[in-house]
Design a protein around this ligand. Structure first.
Ligand SMILES: Cc1cc2nc3c(=O)[nH]c(=O)nc-3n(C[C@H](O)[C@H](O)[C@H](O)COP(=O)(O)OP(=O)(O)OC[C@H]3O[C@@H](n4cnc5c(N)ncnc54)[C@H](O)[C@@H]3O)c2cc1C
Length: 398
């Protein structure tokens, strides 16, 4: 298919994956509004760089909302396929804690990105930087702004991979939403996902314990609960145990309801086992730390969010240890979130990621309205959607 030309708009994780697949068979151009590719990919590499997660089959698919929409893409290109793809680029990976997949020790995020770029250059992909998508013309072809003038790249197919709206400094501002909306495509406002939550801490608690970890914690929101670690911050809580609860908290807050987290500081003990520690003994509050093996932060939190009766009577206190209720005031802003929900409504998208209204356009990656927790699932979702869309484009243009 050498004569076929494909324009990819957006040079992040999803755009790069699509470019690799498509450039093996056609002429591929990437149009990126920034001066560099993969800036959010590099930011992702600053912390733990989870390139995917070793979860497979149903276990992998269940991490995504809505699962039914993402499942065919995840089955077409699963987490093992991502590892094989990376290995083919000279990036060996290993499985770390909770199934997270990292590049082998010593391999920096910039090296992973460079290997991908090198592959694309070898395949003849042409990069066009500082080309910003600003809207569609009457033929529903993209209008790009370059140095104060507009250009209209001709292509047999257009693939958009414009990302969500978190960390806008990376270029993913989400300001493309309006252009799609004006073309009659249903879009949903972006919302924070995988983000911290705001809690109205008492001032002295914030000053003393901001930055302290809460380890070995079970947290619940509604009927959803999980174990892990959270970090106390100036504004509230964040961390791996908090992020997956965000969709539930968002749902409650949006419905105008109060949102609470229930913290269990001793998930390995039953209430009965903890009561054994106090039964028939004269336990005073000053002994709680030692008797129940609580950290100072846990103890202060228990005191701050319990009534006097629930704190001073050991039997009541035990129940508080197992289910301390903390009100959530709001979610952290989009700018700080690891990912966003919202974007193009999935109602507008065919199973092969073309737009129902405009079959010459595909849309992939985080710009679509799906959600997943951290741990490698976000990049995997981007790679899988880009892969399936690319295969469908190749079939169509063949
Ligand atoms: C702090 C942080 C840590 C993360 N850690 C991980 C992790 O460890 N594991 C994981 O799986 N995921 C992680 N993620 C999430 C992951 O990085 C994203 O889900 C992924 O990068 C999204 O890929 P994408 O290609 O859809 O969009 P993006 O990577 O956001 O790329 C979109 C591209 O489109 C360009 N663009 C936007 N608008 C226009 C326009 N109008 N015209 C032209 N170009 C445009 C942008 O400049 C950008 O280059 C992390 C994210 C953050 C912020």
């Amino acid at each position: 298919m050498p004569e076929k030309k494909i324009a990819i708009i957006g040079g992040g994780a999803a755009g790069l994956m699509a470019a690799d697949m498509l450039s093996r068979h056609g002429e591929v151009h990437i149009y990126e509004k920034g001066k560099a590719l993969g800036r959010k990919f590099l930011v992702a590499g600053n912390g733990g760089f989870n390139l995917t997660n070793s979860a497979e089959g149903e276990d992998l698919c269940r991490k995504y909302t809505p699962m039914e929409f993402l499942q065919p893409a995840l089955e077409a290109f699963n987490s093992q396929d991502t590892r094989t793809w990376l290995a083919g680029l000279g990036i060996p990976t290993f499985v770390g804690s909770s199934g997270r997949v990292f590049p082998e020790k010593g391999i920096k995020p910039i090296t992973v990105l460079q290997q991908i770029k090198d592959r694309l250059l070898q395949n003849g992909v042409q990069f066009h930087f500082q080309h910003e998508f600003v809207g569609f013309n009457a033929e529903q072809k993209p209008i790009l702004k370059f140095q104060e003038s507009e250009c209209f790249p001709e292509a047999d197919h257009y693939l958009f991979a414009l990302g969500g709206a978190s960390w806008p400094v990376t270029g993913s501002t989400g300001n493309w939403l309006e252009a799609f909306r004006l073309s009659g495509i249903k879009t949903l406002a972006f919302q924070s996902s995988n983000c911290g939550i705001n809690v109205n801490w008492p001032d002295d608690f914030r000053n003393k314990f901001g930055g302290a970890p809460l380890k070995n914690l079970q947290v619940s929101a509604g009927n959803f609960s999980l174990k892990g670690e959270a970090l106390i911050t100036d504004y509230g809580l964040e961390g791996n145990v908090i992020y997956p609860l965000v969709p539930k908290i968002r749902e409650l807050l949006q419905a105008g309801k109060e949102a609470f987290l229930t913290l269990d500081f001793k998930p390995q003990n039953t209430v009965g086992q903890l009561l054994e520690k106090v039964r028939g003994k004269q336990i005073q509050t000053k002994n709680y730390e030692q008797v129940f093996k609580l950290s100072k932060a846990q103890l202060t939190l228990l005191k701050a969010f319990s009534s006097k009766e629930d704190y001073v009577f050991p039997e009541n206190f035990v129940r508080q240890i197992k289910q301390l209720t903390i009100p959530v005031s709001s979610l952290r802003p989009i700018e700080e979130a690891i990912s966003t929900a919202g974007g193009i409504s999935l109602e507008e998208v065919n199973p092969d990621f073309t737009l129902k209204a405009f079959p010459h356009i595909s849309v992939v990656g985080e710009m679509l309205d799906w959600d997943a927790p951290t741990g490698g699932f976000l990049l995997q979702g981007c790679f899988s959607t880009a892969y399936l869309a690319a295969q469908a484009i190749l079939v169509k243009l063949r």
